[in-house]
Design a protein around this ligand. Sequence first.
Ligand code: ATP
Ligand code: MN
Length: 479
Amino acid sequence: MSQRTKIKALLQSQQTEIDVTVKGWVRAFRSNRFIALNDGSTNNNIQIVVDFENTDPALLKRITVGAALSVEGKLIASLGKGQTVEVVATEIEILGDCDPETYPLQLKNRPSLEFLREKAHLRFRTNTFGAIFRVRNSLAFAVHQFFQERGFVYLHTPIITASDAEGAGETFHVTNFDLDNIPKTDTGEIDFKEDFFGRATNLTVSGQLEGELGAMALSDIYTFGPTFRAENSNTTRHLAEFWMIEPEVAFNDLIDNMDLAEDMLKYVIKYALDKNADDIEFLTQRLTEEEKSKPQNERSEMTLLEKLQFCLTNDFERLTYTEAIDILKESTPNKKKKFVYPIEGWGTDLQSEHERYLVEKHFKKPVILTDYPKEIKAFYMRQNDDGKTVRAMDILFPGIGEIVGGSQREERLDKLEQRMNEMGIPTEELWWYLDTRRFGSCPHAGFGLGFERLVLFVTGMGNIRDVIPFPRFPKNAEF
Ligand code: ATP
Ligand code: MN
């Protein structure tokens, strides 16, 4: 077998007049002469020039969109426009035929994103999804590189857990029971003692609590793994299975936590901009094209590329929940009753319409809100002296809303237990968590970044189902 060269490398080759082997899938074949071949290493195709007069017509017929080819030939400086090099074929082998009558992805009628969601097994073959998944890959790598450069330990927290202690969302049950014959106790309840783990278990909604245990010895840890929420939220920003990045850092306070999150977001966005310039250029054009069909006032003022660059060069706006409520109360849409949920007083959770107003209309940049009312936040957040608020932070991004949720943690055992009791969180069940506060407790802070929301932002896509290879959402687990 001859060595193949990837198309990305061929297109960047300084050398021509060399023999090459290239393999990929046909994107287009025109005039029986020019094949556009793609192997996923880049959005750009290499042009293969076919000597059709000396090629078996039966072979030419099999060069159809989607077919897999192996081509041997000479790399030459291109004579035509639109590419610098091309391959003059000396040998073409069909590795896999693709019947044009039944192949769903014919390029002529540009398939919609909705259509492609139903063909998720094939959608990698389009320019848009090729670009999205290369960008996603770079962002994932950059996340690791960012933390590794700073001496963080990548900690693998469990996927199967025994409690939704955090109350972050509805959980998926994990069981080994024969569902037609579930063991019951004398009083008719499900007898989890008979189940695999001897207790009720579920898929994790967050690795934070276990992450804190690691941080109490390793100082700086992060998780990067799948999380599961059975919330029936059919939105463009929620999945039932999504990936979360959760750093947890001993001795950090909320300011350090905000700095870490902002640095990290800028670092990974910059990494993708550098590494995936072609893909982001393509996605920028895609979005601009898509927005042309929207009314003027719904189009964004900046292109995708401009938005990403803007995000790198500007400090995120930091303010408290209370300050945000004051701004929202006085805002034009609130006074003109344009909000579906009018801002009346202090204490209620912000809806996505409020978050987007702050980010997109008022500040026109990413915003970090801090010090939320304790009633709307989790039990483990550090209580402020005012007795009303906690050291929470949410990072809000344009077009997305909440992308990060985090806090400084309550490190004082008595305060933590008191809050758990108030909120009805079982302290016995979380004995191991409370042990960190008994033995060498210290201030610490962390956050959770929803990876797909980050990918949404960087790719400029509008629906979270398009930035994960095989989305899981209510009534869908195909592929
Ligand atoms: P939201 O209010 O948007 O549902 P949340 O408050 O439930 O978010 P957290 O529990 O703080 O979110 O989770 C941390 C991060 O995980 C969020 O900031 C978000 O980026 C992401 N996230 C949460 N739920 C989902 C989901 N169902 N699908 C994808 N990402 C999610
Ligand atoms: Mn939620």
